[in-house]
Ligand binder design. Structure first.
Ligand code: FES
Length: 113
């Protein structure tokens, strides 16, 4: 089956997203929860569940280098491309996200959505 991608509007503006003190938020899209991260005025999106053992990444934090740190075993992932910076060999699925005229949009694809 061909995979399709769809842009979903998740907020009218970045300031409408309720980030926690660590710059992380969770957003529901079609019944799936996605983690949104804000770091140095840039926003990123990835799956909410850690690819290692499923911890909720929006309850983690962002380190000084801009990597998302899982709350459970502290594996680190690049918010830009999902690379497992700490080297355990996992891959975090990231999604395109952008603010443009009319709101903040996230691009998700495939049967999961
Ligand atoms: S569940 Fe995220 S590092 Fe283990």
């Amino acid at each position: 089956m061909a995979s399709t991608s769809t842009w979903y509007k998740i907020a009218a503006s970045i300031s409408e997203i309720s980030f926690n003190a660590n710059g992380l938020a969770e957003i529901d899209i079609n019944g799936k929860t996605v983690c949104i991260a804000k770091n140095n005025d840039q926003i990123f999106a990835c799956t909410q569940k850690c690819p290692h053992a499923g911890a909720l990444l929006s309850t983690g934090h962002i380190d000084a280098l801009g990597n998302l740190v899982c709350p459970l075993h502290k594996y680190k992932f690049s918010l830009k491309n999902g690379r497992n910076i700490s080297g355990e060999g996992y891959y975090l699925k990231t999604f395109a996200i952008e603010e443009r005229e009319g709101g903040v949009f996230i691009c998700v694809e495939g049967p999961a959505f």
